[in-house]
Design a protein around this ligand. Structure first.
Ligand code: PAF
Length: 290
């Protein structure tokens, strides 16, 4: 596995791999602090790609709180070892000045409802500008045929899909399922910052999503009633969500009833750590037919 720091080195290596027969190049964009969620993205990339590139870059432009950027875990040596064991071919780990050199003045802004709700409300609209800008730069730098994203960041996935379609970037955006610990907590680089008692309380987040799924399975389709189920579970753990939303899974418009695929999405602070999670709700088919 190679670690490269510059876009030029990256391009040279990708070009050489393509010349050597790698037809399909997959990109797994990360901010490091790798966990099984990232490794599952690598596995998905490797099933398709002759060359798997992972970017490790804590992107400053997507952080709206300086304290969150400072506290974001950085562990490049451990990440490189995990990436190599997972079968990554190239790690692209640039300095911030490589992606944002002096004079950098361009922002990729995805407009419309996708970037006005949920995470944008909590973290500020600049968050998705930072994500869209860095992901477009990474896709162009790698010349990737496909890039792999986790469903845990469901809104990010929709924003990236919109951006790639609108700019005509010829990369397929592949969604991969959320990976969870055995107790249900969604894997996140932020989990390491939870104290033991906070981690135990954080379990109310997946439990609340399970409560919603269970109520839906019993026939409750009204968002308000489903919201109450989840809120009760969260409140019992002393968690006041930043948002607990039932939105259309494609447009993110609020829904009052679960009919078409609906995203139930949660953001909540447990202690000082901000966590997000979601589940995709679809109506059980009448009669259980396929
Ligand atoms: O999901 C992330 O880790 C980041 O938002 C991404 C996609 C690597 C862009 O910095």
């Amino acid at each position: 596995m190679k670690i490269v720091r510059t876009v030029q080195e990256l391009r040279e290596n990708v070009r050489a791999a393509r010349a050597g027969g790698a037809e399909h190049v997959g990109l797994v964009p990360t901010m490091g602090a790798l966990h099984e969620g990232h490794i599952s993205l690598v596995a998905a990339a490797r099933r398709r790609s002759g060359l798997t590139v992972m970017s490790i870059f804590v992107n400053p432009t997507q952080f709206t709180e300086a304290s969150d950027l400072d506290a974001y875990p950085r562990q490049e040596a451990a990440d490189a070892a995990l990436a190599e064991a997972a079968g990554v071919d190239i790690v692209f780990a640039p300095e911030a000045s490589e992606l944002y050199p002096e004079g950098f003045a361009t922002t990729v802004h995805v407009g419309g409802p996708l970037t006005q709700t949920l995470e944008a409300a909590g973290r500020g609209p600049a968050h998705f500008d930072g994500v869209a800008t860095v992901v477009s730069k990474l896709l162009l730098a790698v010349g990737a045929d496909a890039a792999y994203f986790g469903q845990k960041d469901a809104q990010q996935l929709l924003v990236v899909r919109r951006m790639v379609a609108d700019l005509g970037i010829p990369a397929e955006i592949v969604a991969c399922p959320t990976v969870r610990d055995a107790d249900g907590l969604a894997k996140s680089s932020r989990n390491v910052r939870l104290r033991d008692d906070e981690r135990a309380r954080a379990l109310a987040i997946p439990r609340s999503l399970e409560a919603v799924e269970a109520a839906l399975a019993l026939g409750e389709t009204r968002s308000e009633a489903l919201h109450a189920r989840a809120a009760t579970v969260l409140a019992a753990a002393g968690i006041e969500p930043e948002y607990l939303a039932f939105v259309d899974a494609s447009s993110l418009a609020p829904v009052t009833e679960v009919a078409s695929p609906v995203l139930c999405a949660i953001a909540a602070r447990v202690g000082t750590v901000r966590l997000i999670d979601n589940t995709l709700l679809t109506l059980p088919r009448a009669g259980g037919e396929n």
